[in-house]
Ligand binder design. Structure first.
Ligand SMILES: Cc1cc2nc3c(=O)[nH]c(=O)nc-3n(C[C@H](O)[C@H](O)[C@H](O)COP(=O)(O)O)c2cc1C
Length: 179
């Protein structure tokens, strides 16, 4: 199963990249898409409950967590906002704290059994690629606890001025076909 976290509020450039990726993805993958803005997850409140039991005080990510435990492929499709990811996706990343707690407070290893590969599909308006690097670093930290390895990234900069997105769509399609 492929779990997609779509983190743009718009049907824009990130969606174009994601559509091309899904177009290239083998039919064998059951694709499940989480729209981060529609889900509007609560932020982690550092309540500490997950340090004492394998749970979260909020139930809004229950379906996501069920899918996350089963997925073999994670796809993060996100624009860069202020050199980072948009806040609904950041909330999901912060809420992965429960898996750090599961590993380091509850002693469960690995906290997620199914090994996953991850693909990042990122866009930004300017030519400054540092947002891509920052998001990659943020997600890579989370991957250490999710039994996940970064497989590939497709990054589309300059969307403020871009005239032809085809090369990036092709790159996304080829990346998907290689999985
Ligand atoms: C709130 C906000 C913050 C943004 N911050 C950045 C930024 O730090 N760097 C950048 O290059 N582009 C930035 N952008 C531009 C978006 O990354 C760019 O337009 C992106 O391609 C939008 O993706 P979408 O078409 O899928 O919505 C920002 C846009 C918004 C709305």
């Amino acid at each position: 199963m492929a779990l997609v976290l779509f983190a743009s509020p718009r049907n824009g450039y990130t969606k174009k990249l994601l559509d091309a990726f899904l177009d290239g993805l083998c039919d064998n993958y059951d694709v499940r898409i989480i729209d981060c803005y529609k889900l509007s997850p609560a932020p982690c409140t550092a309540c500490g409950v997950c340090e004492r039991a394998d749970t979260c005080v909020f139930s809004d990510l229950d379906e996501y967590n069920t899918l996350l435990n089963k997925a073999e492929l994670l796809v993060f499709a996100s624009p860069v906002y202020n050199l980072s990811m948009p806040s609904p996706l950041k909330a999901i990343v912060d809420r992965s704290q429960r898996y750090f707690s599961k590993r380091f407070s509850l002693g469960v290893m690995p906290p997620i059994e199914v090994y996953k590969r991850a693909v990042l599909l990122l866009t930004c308006g300017s030519s400054d690629r540092s947002g891509f690097d920052i998001i990659t670093k943020q997600l890579s930290k989370m991957f250490t606890i999710l039994n996940t390895k970064l497989y590939a990234s497709v990054c589309m900069p300059n969307t403020d001025d871009i005239t032809d997105v085809t090369p990036y769509e092709n790159e996304a399609r080829i990346t998907a076909k290689s999985l």
